[in-house]
Ligand binder design. Structure first.
Ligand code: CA
Length: 230
């Protein structure tokens, strides 16, 4: 499978730092310096599995690029590149459909760990997955197509959201700590922040709950984590 990553970054020093390190880690890099260019590259190159998106850009910003990618593509993994001072940007980025974020400045190890983790989610591990279905009224999870239906209607999920749903449906009624969720969904070698779990679950609730303000499927276990049901 093609190991292609899109890098959207307008600052040339950061841009080349990322490209060099991804090349070293064995990735093919598709490069863009504006949002418009990134969308164009993705149209030309459907093999891209992961996109790294800077936020502050000339022209359309990284959030808008993320939104436009997600409007047509739920499979690709998206990582936002945020500045240390832009704490709120992380949440905004994840809510617009990104799977993760990396805060500048970041080390090569941190960058490649994040990309590796998403790469596995975005299809790398698919062949190893048991084909089949998990049904828990009103949800039907198809592990072959990696799709979810609620009451027979397809719910469009990102790969990370799908992995979270699968984890929950395989562990009904069990309280899962945020650390456990991070390990199960993102992988043990991943050193992300627990907040990533919270924001992804917040976004998932908007898609699957009858009322996201009063969730009944994914319930919060205060001071610990989350539980599937009931
Ligand atoms: Ca920038």
């Amino acid at each position: 499978m093609a190991r292609k990553v899109l890098v959207l970054e307008d600052e040339s020093s950061i841009h080349s730092f990322i490209v060099i390190n991804l090349n070293r880690a064995g990735y093919d890099v598709v490069e863009a310096e504006t949002g418009e260019e990134a969308l164009e590259r993705l149209r030309e190159d459907p093999d891209v599995r992961v996109a790294l998106l800077d936020i502050m850009l000339p022209g359309i910003d990284g959030f808008e690029v993320c939104r436009r990618i997600r409007a047509t593509n739920t499979r690709i993994g998206i990582i936002m590149l945020t500045a240390r001072s832009q704490e709120m940007d992380k949440v905004t980025g994840l809510m617009t459909g990104a799977d993760d974020y990396v805060t500048k400045p970041f080390s090569p190890a941190e960058l490649t760990a994040r990309v590796d983790a998403l790469f596995r989610r975005a299809g790398g591990g698919m062949a190893m997955e048991q084909a089949g279905e998990i049904y828990q009224d009103p949800f039907l999870l198809n592990t072959r197509n990696r799709t979810l239906e609620k009451n027979g209607v397809r719910v469009k999920l990102t790969q990370v959201e799908y992995s979270i749903m699968k984890m929950f449906m395989e562990n009904p009624g069990k309280a899962l700590s945020r650390e456990e969720i991070l390990d199960m969904v993102w992988g043990k070698d991943y050193f992300g922040e627990l907040k990533t779990v919270d924001v992804n679950i917040r976004r998932l609730r908007l898609k699957i709950e009858d009322n996201a303000q009063n969730p009944t499927y994914i319930t919060t276990v205060w001071g610990y984590g989350y539980k599937w049901g009931f």
